[in-house]
Design a binder for this molecule. Structure first.
Ligand code: AMP
Length: 415
């Protein structure tokens, strides 16, 4: 079923959203992007004449009640965003009566799902090495089913709009879907958009396809690099990874971030790119600094010859040109991970050059997807988020999807 094809009139819908919003020390929301992201789905259900049961996690309470992570803190913000009053159920597993009393157009927000260990389905207080762990895990999986069944019993239809947790097989993100038939479970609008964006870069690819992978380490990106190697025309590897490659090629990288145990892996990536005809673009020069600080003294030098007391913190001018040349004319673009320590204003040039080139290619008709944590912060910092085709809201989920993994939250609904 799709959300557009379902009429919620007279129905109760339980919707899994990602309202894991950042709060300040007084419990005030500092960024409401995630609440705004779910509004199209929530408003469609209310506009149809349905009743809403909203559920989410917040933070990592590890299966215990923790008032600092109570969703009661965001009740008013949700009401304001929806333009409708919101009731609050202080125990998500004991909300049957409140759910039953809901009338069309009414909204019930459940307390943090992760106050129950059943939500994540991981046994608590027992070490993985413990001989009793397997039995405890099995027991918890049974409890997880019961918990999911309870949540399911509140509603006629289940909607998953929490892309941020789609890579987890939790009670509310996947297990609950077993208690609804195919006509009564669906993805929300945000999930649909995310899944479509991933399809654009993994399935419906328009060429040339350029992927830009940055960030700090090769080790955390290797799964994605390997999956993309079969798909891309240009693969730009930048950021801290640059120095592992430079070292692997015999360079002196000074104090730059470098994974000494990943040198063979770097050489292997280079070999594979050659075999597969992928244009691998690596930095040739960098902006080296004498301290990990915005005010450090800097010097532009070859990545192969960085002074022993300096570290590369950004891409140099020649490298920036190489990157923009590769991005120019691309028709599909994926960007994950900055090209330098963009948090320091003096080391944003590499990331800025990439962002500008992506914006230009997008204006010329490319589909551009930016996602996975820091690159989103980066385009936001440059004020360019609305000039790329899609900025993903789901860090870990997006990365797993790009690695080619099936997301349990999507599979549970789509079968
Ligand atoms: P990741 O979470 O792996 O995507 O890494 C993002 C982080 O990588 C950001 O906080 C950047 O500051 C950092 N980063 C990018 N380039 C470098 C570099 N040359 N040296 C150290 N850190 C870097």
């Amino acid at each position: 079923m799709t959300i557009d094809n379902f009429n919620f009139n007279g129905k109760k819908a339980i919707v899994r959203v990602d309202f894991n919003v950042p709060l300040d020390e007084n419990g005030h929301i500092t960024d409401d992007t995630r609440i705004r992201g779910a509004l199209p789905t929530l408003k469609k259900i209310l506009a149809d004449g349905g009743a809403l049961i909203i559920m989410s996690h917040m933070g990592k309470p590890k299966g215990k009640v923790n008032p600092k992570m109570s969703l009661s803190q965001i009740k008013e913000a949700v009401a304001d965003a929806l333009g409708a009053p919101v009731e609050f159920a202080p125990d998500c597993a004991k909300a049957a009566e409140m759910a039953a009393a809901l009338k069309p157009g009414q909204v019930l927000l459940l307390e943090n799902l992760r106050f129950y260990p059943e939500e994540e389905g991981k046994p608590v207080g027992i070490d993985k090495e413990d001989p009793a762990y397997d039995a405890a895990k099995k027991e918890m999986k049974e409890r997880q089913k019961e918990f999911a069944k309870t949540l399911a019993s509140y509603a006629d239809v289940y909607v998953n709009d929490a892309f941020g947790t789609a890579h987890r097989r939790h009670a509310s993100t996947a297990v609950i879907a077993d208690y609804f038939d195919a006509d009564h479970k669906m993805l929300g609008y945000l999930m649909e958009k995310e899944v479509k964006a991933v399809d654009n870069i993994l399935k419906d690819i328009k060429r040339p396809f350029t992927a830009i992978m940055g960030g700090s380490k090769v080790s955390t990106k290797i799964g994605i690099i390997e999956n993309l190697m079969d798909k891309v025309d240009n693969l730009i590897l930048c950021g801290g990874m640059t120095y592992t490659f430079a070292k692997a090629m015999g360079g002196n990288v000074g104090l730059s971030i470098c994974e000494a145990d990943k040198l063979d892996l770097a050489l292997d990536i280079m070999k594979k790119a050659k075999e597969k005809g992928v244009n691998l673009v690596l930095g040739t020069d960098c902006v080296a600094a004498d301290a990990f600080s915005n005010d450090a003294n800097t010097k532009v030098c070859s990545v192969m010859d960085i002074p022993a007391d300096m570290e590369g913190l950004d891409a140099g001018p020649l490298t920036r040109k190489l990157f923009t040349d590769a991005i120019d004319g691309s028709k599909t673009i994926l960007w994950n991970g900055p090209a330098g320590v963009f948090e320091f204003d003096n080391f944003t040039a590499g990331s800025r050059a990439i962002a500008d080139a992506i914006v230009k290619a997008t204006e010329e008709g490319a589909f551009s997807l930016v996602g996975g944590g820091d690159s989103v912060a980066c385009v936001n910092k440059f004020g360019l988020a609305d000039k790329v085709s899609y900025v993903s809201t789901g860090g870990g989920a997006l990365l797993e999807a790009i690695e080619g993994k099936v997301l349990p939250g999507v599979a549970a609904v789509q079968g």
